[in-house]
Design a protein around this ligand. Structure first.
Ligand code: THU
Length: 139
């Protein structure tokens, strides 16, 4: 479990990157910040496109940056949105999050009321298809 200070740092980083979200179509800016086992914080915001389906969510943006920067294994992820309830990741992002650490702490926050919900990556997607399933087709 990450401690309160680390959590506050991640929330601040997520809010900061949320302010740079490119969301002209939905007007729904999202920020994500993850902490790695190397102590690095890596952030991402949603980036939309006139071809709507090409939109990249904040969570996947942060995770792809983490890989590209060789920042380490993600251990915790904070997601913030301007919602009443805690903003939880979409299905595609749940699959993407799980790829990198099934035990990752996922802290979801709705900034309007400050509501917070805590999950694990596997808890967000029970029974998910995982890399270990690929071996099961081998004879
Ligand atoms: N979005 C995220 O970035 N993360 C989430 O967890 C939920 C949705 C983005 C995608 C799109 O740009 C906007 O929010 C509305 O769906």
């Amino acid at each position: 479990m990450i401690d309160a200070k680390q959590t506050e740092e991640l929330i601040a980083a997520a809010r900061d990157v949320q302010s740079r979200a490119y969301a002209p179509y939905s007007n729904f800016p999202v920020g994500a910040a993850l902490l790695t086992d190397k102590g690095r914080i890596v952030t991402g915001c949603n980036v939309e496109n006139a071809s709507y389906g090409l939109t990249i969510c904040a969570e996947r943006n942060a995770l792809t940056r983490c890989v590209a920067e060789d920042a380490g294994k993600p251990v915790a992820l904070v997601v913030v949105g301007n919602t009443d309830d805690a903003l939880t990741p979409c299905g595609a992002c749940r699959q993407f999050i799980l790829e990198f650490n099934p035990d990752m702490e996922v802290i979801c926050i709705g900034l309007k009321k400050g509501e917070r919900k805590d999950f694990t990556a596997l808890g967000l997607l029970p029974g998910a298809f995982r890399s270990s399933d690929l071996d099961k087709a081998k004879s």
